[in-house]
Unconditional design. Sequence first.
Length: 401
Amino acid sequence: MTQQDLLAVASEFGNPVYVYDTHKIEEQYKRLDNAFKKVKKVNIYYAVKALSNISVLKYLNSLGAGMDTVSIQEVRLAKEAGVPSEKIIFTPNGVSISEIETAAQLGVQINIDNLTILEQFGTKHPVVPVCIRINPHVMAGGNTNISVGHIDSKFGISIHQLPHIKRIVENTGMNINGIHMHTGSDILDIDVFLYASEILFRMVKNFNRLEFIDFGSGFKVPYKEGDIETNVEEMGEKLSNRFNEFCAEYGKELTLVFEPGKFLVSEAGKFLVQVNVIKQTTSTVFAQVDSGFNHLIRPVLYGSQHQIENISNPNGRERFYSVVGYICESDTFANNRRIAELSEGDILSFSNAGAYCFSMASNYNSRYRPVEVLWHNNKAHLIRKRESFEDLIKNQVAIEI
Ligand SMILES: *Cc1c(COP(=O)(O)O)cnc(C)c1O
């Protein structure tokens, strides 16, 4: 996908627009698959919440990916995309037992992350296989917004509660077929991850009917220059060896599962916006674009730094800009960023716009959400139409006043 291709997409479909390159998704999928080729049985479940457009799900399904889902609606989306139930895992947090029962009825793998639901579900449905989400209390990465393994996290059942888990399993006779952990969103240090895996292996020995171990995700991808990226090849090598060794100890060939979201789709996405206004103040040059945190919330929510390029004039002299949006609230995308000289009307391209971008978009300020385009086989395919005023008001009820 070249800058010319992106400009053509913006001119054909209008802006703001998200564009996803299937070639990059495939490259990442194969990279991960390849890193674990020494393990006989590996399943990669794509975390649907990262980017949940049905055409993206269909594409990942065609590559062989299963789906990791966190709501019953995501389960339905995955099924709608043609993914078979046995390749869907349901890993919600804090949902009602009835939602879990609905997912179980649809035939997807259930993953339970608290003791009360485990006990209720096991009592009512002792024959349905259940995976348990464990909190190994290992912090991967330093940002508490995105680390979910630490002691006060709301995710998972603490490893220290193993005796209670075992008592529930014995009392109900339920079938635990998988153990899961998801330590956080960034694996910066492979040794920390392997350390958490050892905790999981120790735990796993307490269950004798397991079929799989799910290591969650947290593969880090680079956003800005100098960012470290998870070395999946090195991790694959180390964890594969250890996993195979463990299966021999356990006495059974288990399936190794991962649930990457960001790793598969982040870098495949570009977000294209147009510069509406260049505003000079006493200290700054603002570039105001036709978007805001209603379309891309990561910079204000997580402080993410998405690279921004001026694809209309890529070779212009570089200047410093603060790139901000057009909604009535602070919506800074980038501060003091060096970008090729901007003029009003130029198209900017944000990188790493595949994961947690469109899927977190809203209609704040009563703006339409962006359109989505899939770049597939060297061709642009519209995969989400632009919204209309009717879409904005269709569920609103104007009462008699
Ligand atoms: C969000 C989530 C993932 C994906 O995390 P990434 O950082 O996008 O790879 C995987 N598993 C679970 C349970 C999640 O909630």
